[in-house]
Design a protein around this ligand. Structure first.
Ligand SMILES: Nc1nc2c(ncn2[C@@H]2O[C@H](COP(=O)(O)OP(=O)(O)O)[C@@H](O)[C@H]2O)c(=O)[nH]1
Ligand SMILES: [Mg+2]
Length: 430
């Protein structure tokens, strides 16, 4: 990776520059300075005096680019660039480049390309020189050409045409996924979605739950695809009791992390995350308990989920997600906390499960089993023979206690997840 020397510039609280710095180093940039002012300036993001100060800092540190914590208009970027004497990269472009670098499958690459085009449309002048230098030094896994490399010469019409084509392709894929998804939903084991802020430890938790080895790295947005694994259940004999308890299999999905000030252009990249969250029987909100901005990160995830699901058509079986509310709040990385901090956390989030996924995620596993069993309902159904398919769908998804073939249809006494039970409302006899 080429090392670009970068200065971080923010408008607002200093603490957010730490996160911006982590985004920058994820992309291989070396942070050599930072500057913050209380308010955004309309003309040049930083006020006139601050821009002069920045020019000095650029000169003294020999920085080659300046990264702003907010998205800039084309003219703000021009003014800032001219006055500070370095290339300017805004937060949106920085995050899009990270997504570009980490996009592995074809769909992710299309989604990132779409975000890139959308960002570029009002700024057609061309790729930022600082980042194209960077892009040249970074090999995107699998991709010979990063999204957007040829777009320099595109005029707006060509950009729009390409966006239309990508949208069409993504729409086709989405409907194919929806068909597969509905099949999974009706006859698979219970589903659990891990959602959370970027770097919360979702992938580590998935690995720990499923016993699989997938690499995690301290880089933001390492995972841009949802991954699904089965956690096999089975019987186990609790240490403190004579009976054995049966644990059901469940399917767990790892999703793309959220971040504050998420660039709106990247909403497409969250389609599969949103679907996983929406259709899961249980949503686990994972958070990094060692983060100084823990509370805000949790709120960001809840808001983003709620907002994104409002943006799409409301599915009828979406309980709770309207408010972005999770079923389980999982505070991770407690190994990094002091005793005092841990006690505070217990008081602030009494219902949360606290783990160190790096060491042991058993407490979370227990909470998941508990949520699965409290989410179950006992009911009796009478399904007419003409609706045989509906009865067949219950097998594997519900625990059937008795089934009796009668003249009127199939009589079933069963225990099923509430979400499933709701769908059979018209056939209930109890
Ligand atoms: N100390 C500590 N680090 C953890 C723990 N869980 C995850 N991490 C680290 O946090 C970083 C982000 O983890 P990752 O699973 O990729 O987060 P994701 O972005 O939510 O998928 C990685 O460097 C992990 O090794 C934990 O319980 N304790
Ligand atoms: Mg991850």
């Amino acid at each position: 990776m080429i090392s670009e020397r970068a200065i971080l510039v923010g408008a607002g609280e200093e603490i957010y520059l730490d996160e911006l710095g982590r985004l920058a180093s994820t992309l291989g940039l070396e942070v050599v300075g930072r500057m913050a002012q209380a308010r955004r300036d309309g003309a040049g993001y930083l006020g006139k005096g601050k821009r002069r100060e920045l020019a000095e800092q650029v000169h003294n540190t020999n920085a080659s680019c300046v990264i702003t914590d907010d998205e800039l208009t084309a003219s703000q970027a021009r003014v800032l660039e001219k006055d500070c004497g370095a290339d300017v990269v805004d937060r949106t472009e920085l995050i899009i480049r990270i997504f570009e670098l980490h996009a592995r499958d074809a769909a992710s690459r299309l989604q990132v390309e779409l975000a890139d085009l959308e960002y570029r449309l009002p700024r057609v002048k061309g790729r930022n020189p600082a980042l194209s230098r960077l892009g040249g030094g970074v090999a995107t896994a699998g991709a010979t050409r990063g999204p957007g490399e040829q777009q320099l010469e595109y005029d707006r019409r060509a950009i729009r045409r390409r966006m239309d084509a990508i949208n069409l392709k993504l729409e086709q894929e989405r409907s194919a996924r929806a068909v597969r998804g509905s099949r999974l939903r009706t006859d698979g084991p219970p589903t659990v979605a891990l959602v959370g802020y970027t770097n919360a430890g979702k992938t580590t938790i998935l690995n720990s739950l499923s016993g699989a080895g997938r690499s995690t790295a301290d880089r933001l947005f390492e995972t841009l695809e949802t991954t699904t694994r089965t956690v096999p259940g089975g019987s186990e004999r609790p240490a403190n009791g004579p009976q054995s308890s049966v644990k059901p299999d469940f399917v767990v999905t790892d999703t793309v992390g959220f971040i504050r000030k998420l660039p709106t252009q990247l909403v497409h990249s969250f389609a599969s995350t949103l679907e996983a969250a929406r259709y899961a029987d249980i949503r686990v909100l994972c958070a990094d308990a060692s983060s100084p901005t823990l509370r805000e990160e949790i709120e960001t995830v809840r808001h983003t989920l709620a907002e994104m699901s409002r943006g799409s058509e409301p599915p009828e079986d979406l309980e709770g997600l309207g408010e972005g509310k999770e079923d389980i709040l999982c505070l991770n990385k407690i190994d990094l906390l002091s005793k005092e901090r841990l006690a505070d956390l217990r008081a602030d989030y009494p219902a949360a499960v606290r783990i160190s996924a790096a060491r042991d995620s058993a407490p979370l596993l227990e909470s998941i089993y508990e949520a699965i069993s409290t989410g179950m309902e006992r009911l009796e159904l009478l399904i007419p023979h003409s609706e045989y398919g509906l009865a067949a769908q219950l097998y594997g998804r519900a625990e059937i206690h008795t089934s009796q073939d009668t003249l009127d249809g199939l009589r079933l006494d069963l225990t099923a997840p509430k979400s499933l039970a709701n769908k059979y409302q018209p056939y209930r006899t109890s």
